[in-house]
Design a protein around this ligand. Structure first.
Ligand code: TXA
Ligand code: MG
Length: 310
């Protein structure tokens, strides 16, 4: 605890000086900077090798602060009440007089916002008088990091500090929902669509199948371990790492289980961790067995599909 406090102080010190800091959240680790600062936010793009066209998510501690930057609506309040703080990101209308750096929005009139749940990051946000822009803390197109070590593996000494919050409980990025017009899911993630539908009791659009990319991060090649992935495999070849949804009696040293007994939430938590482990073990090919396409399985399949486009 004492350590946490001094690490929070160190993070604040660096963020106040327009530096980037690695931050833990319940979904994945982020690469954070002052969202009001052009200098600080431009560093995020450089470090990640991210296209300036791809806008960032801004992390807030409370609605009061958010209202300085965004217009809210009924859909927002309903979802906020149920799921926040938590793994959901809202795309809202940006206010004309907001202080958000143009880098964050790519000069657009919308802003993606989220209220993270992890306590150490909430404590840090409370101490700041600006919100934090933070994309996942990986080089663009790589797998998102779910531990401090993963962030170190991505950036090495290029970033000055990573706030340690242990491993990310959810292990997959937040669900993104646009509330600009009719609610529309832009990215599957930490909250299942069925739960969102129950709260809104209205038809929500699920734009992932559309040709137009509503969320620039939803390009096909993404979340990739940089190794070819074969989906819906029934058997693996000896040189392939074989990812299985649950533990089997039969096993091999190339077998990697996402969970013990087909718990899709646990499987989602272990997905990125497993992909990184396979990469570290220097496998050149991955085979994945068919994953059920319900609940968190939908998000798992979405990430695996994009990773397989490598
Ligand atoms: O769980 C998460 O959401 C993590 C943690 C760190 O909060 N963050 C994250 O950020 O996944 P990033 O940058 O890796 O993915 C954000 C996605 C990108 O696909 C981006 O295009 C989309 O959000 N996005 C950001 N602003 C947007 C906007 N105004 N409209 C539509 N999509 C937006
Ligand atoms: Mg990302």
């Amino acid at each position: 605890m004492k350590n946490d406090l001094s690490n929070i102080k160190k993070s604040k010190y660096l963020l106040d000086k327009n530096e980037c800091v690695g931050i833990p959240t319940e979904t994945v680790y982020g690469l954070a900077a002052n969202a009001y600062s052009d200098i600080a936010t431009s560093k995020i793009f450089r470090l990640k090798k991210r296209s300036k066209k791809n806008p960032l998510i801004v992390h807030y501690n409370n609605i009061k602060m958010l209202k300085k930057d965004c217009h809210t609506n009924d859909y927002f309040y309903k979802l906020y009440k149920k799921f926040c703080p938590g793994p959901i990101t809202f795309v809202l209308k940006l206010k004309k007089n907001s202080n958000i750096s143009k880098n964050v929005t790519n000069n657009k009139k919308t802003l993606a916002v989220r209220f993270p749940r992890k306590s150490i990051i909430k404590k840090l946000l409370k101490k700041l008088n600006y919100p934090l822009a933070a994309p996942s803390a990986n080089i663009s197109k790589n797998i998102s990091p779910v531990s401090k070590q993963d962030v170190e593996d991505e950036f090495g000494k290029k970033i000055k500090f990573i706030l340690d919050g242990g491993s990310s409980e959810i292990g997959l990025e937040s669900t993104i929902i646009s509330l600009i017009n009719q609610p529309e899911i832009l990215r599957l993630g930490g909250i299942e669509i069925t739960r969102i539908k129950k709260i809104l009791r209205s038809n929500i659009k699920y734009g992932l199948k559309k040709k137009k990319i509503a969320s620039p991060g939803q390009e096909k090649v993404h979340y990739s371990p940089g190794i070819p992935i074969r989906l819906n495999a029934t058997k693996a070849k000896p040189h392939e790492a074989f990812i299985l949804i649950k533990k089997r009696k039969l096993s091999g040293k190339n077998f990697f289980y996402l969970c013990k007994n087909k718990n899709l939430k646990k499987a989602a938590k272990n997905l990125y961790k497993t992909l990184r482990m396979i990469k570290k073990k220097k496998y050149k090919n991955i085979a994945v067995e068919k994953i059920p396409n319900n609940g968190f399985g939908e998000a798992i399949n979405d990430r695996l599909f994009r990773a397989s486009k490598f």
